[in-house]
Design a protein around this ligand. Structure first.
Ligand SMILES: Cc1ncc(COP(=O)(O)O)c(C=O)c1O
Length: 389
């Protein structure tokens, strides 16, 4: 070996040796890789709006000039509009890069390394991801197979070390809800913790604790504009809560966290209540049609207050999702979620998309010679050490 090569090799080795490691919690935290590749089909897999946002959004997009793209985005004027829309003061809200970033900001602002986080599984996986980078004490309370919120068990899991409680209502992937009464009891039982209620699917449900932020100082409510408003691609959501808590979130947020395109179109989306009502009605009607079709096919489902329905296919869940894909319809296999072995989720969209989805459901199950007995295997799967059972 020549001297030059020798030196090169040593330098490379040294570089590898000294490469800084991420923090321990970052090394240990789970990663979230949603199956985004190859989605060129009917998207009944991510709970998105399956159609389009309000036409007023499309019109506004056409007005945006190249010169506008050169400007750093200003969040505050749109925060005032969003606050007014929600019946709040602007210091009670912060716009975020989707609720995903909202969860991240909550973790950054409130969690020290040994603080406990409490969630009810199965639920949205980003709670695991964002909180695990701050603390290893993520406590999961598993719902039983009815997926109703296990209130007593959850309440009993609150400890003096609990710092953040996150509850999605309606929940993803189950569609189950938590009553306002129960949510307020949780907030009262843990005054030393922040209760974040994730209302990403609020528009398909209608019940909310948004107004309670004015009287409950440890409550934060999250809403997204990705679902009913159809703006998932623009990444915009909002956190609302006591102005003092919102100040902490502003501190840990980048001032330019929400892009200017999203900020420009959001007021248009909010102003078009007719569009929102239309889309929500499409989802309500479609949800009924899907549940009826699944009942006729003998597939077990759970009541859902969201724009999706969870179904119990059983052991052949992968084959079923593949059959659906062959018919041009994407579904989301939720089998790896705790307590969801064999369960598959279908998003509810506009009428035509629901029709295509139901046709594909019928054809896929027939092609598999699937029988209702296959889906009735209620099994608990979670072996998580943090789980309270
Ligand atoms: C419960 C829940 N919260 C938040 C999100 C993410 O919302 P956003 O698109 O605003 O980041 C999702 C997306 O699927 C969700 O299911």
């Amino acid at each position: 070996m020549s001297v030059a090569t020798d030196v090169e090799q040593t330098t490379t080795e040294t570089r590898e040796q000294v490469l800084p490691q991420a923090r321990r919690l970052v090394l240990d935290m789970p990663e979230y890789h949603p199956p985004l590749a190859g989605r060129d089909a009917l998207r009944l897999d991510f709970n998105e709006n399956t159609f389009a946002p309000s036409p007023r959004v499309a019109a506004k997009l056409k007005e945006l000039t190249g010169e506008r793209m050169t400007v750093y985005p200003e969040r505050e004027p749109v925060e005032r509009i969003v606050a007014k829309h929600l019946g709040l003061e602007s210091n009670q809200v912060i716009l975020t890069n989707g609720v995903d970033e909202g969860i991240h900001l909550m973790a950054c602002a409130f969690l020290d390394e040994d603080d406990e986080v409490l969630i009810c599984t199965p639920t949205f996986f980003m709670y695991d991801v964002s909180t695990s980078m701050m603390t290893s004490k993520l406590m999961r309370v598993q719902a039983d197979d009815s997926f109703t919120f296990p209130f007593d068990k959850f309440l009993a899991a609150i400890t003096p070390r609990t710092k953040l409680i996150i509850v999605a209502s309606p929940n993803n992937p189950t569609g189950a809800t938590v009553s306002r009464e129960h949510l307020l009891q949780l907030a009262a039982a843990a005054p030393h913790a922040v209760l974040m209620v994730d209302e990403a699917y609020f528009h398909f449900f209608g019940d909310t604790v948004m107004q309670d932020i004015c009287s409950v100082p440890n409550l934060i409510v999250a809403r997204t504009f990705s679902k009913a408003y159809g703006l998932a691609n623009l990444r915009i959501g909002v956190l609302a809560g006591d102005a003092r808590l919102i100040t902490y979130l502003r501190k840990v947020s980048s001032p330019y966290n929400v892009n200017g395109v999203a900020l420009s179109v959001l007021p248009e989306a909010l102003a078009d209540q007719d569009y929102l009502n239309w889309y929500v009605l499409q989802v309500h009607q479609g949800r009924e049609r899907v549940i009826t079709a699944l009942e006729e096919l003998g597939v077990r489902t759970w009541p859902s207050a969201a724009n999706f329905v969870l179904m119990d296919i059983g052991e052949r869940h992968k084959e079923f999702v593949a059959e659906m894909r062959e018919r041009g319809v994407l579904l989301r296999d939720r089998s790896s979620d705790p307590g969801c072995d064999g369960y598959v989720r279908i998003t509810i969209g506009v009428e035509d998309h629901v029709t295509q989805g139901i046709t594909a459901l019928r054809e896929s199950l027939a092609a598999m010679s699937w029988t209702p007995a296959e889906g009735m295997h209620a099994r608990r799967t979670s072996a998580d050490p943090h789980e309270f059972e």
